[in-house]
Design a protein around this ligand. Sequence first.
Ligand SMILES: [Zn+2]
Length: 107
Amino acid sequence: MTKNIGLQAAMPKSECDDELCPFHGSLSVRGKLVQGKVVSAKAPRMVVIQQEFPRIVKKYKRYARSQSKIHAHTPPCIGVKEGDVVLTAECRPISKSVSFVVVEVVS
Ligand SMILES: [Zn+2]
């Protein structure tokens, strides 16, 4: 059964039996939402997401483009491929570097 996770993200069409799925498992999401591009989907059920944001440079009073990468868990019911733009939500730490989970494929 698909659970309401409290976000305005689209529900996945298929079901999965991943315990760490916010829709079908027991993982709850809270905190930040991060949208970014998937730059690597090589690891099983984990993707690397790159986000770009403006960073102010005080000396020149201008913005510089800055980017950072985060690791996010991907349940199998959300088919994520490399190059997709995805929405991730913060969750409890799943491993040393993973504390986000993919909730929607934006494009
Ligand atoms: Zn699922």
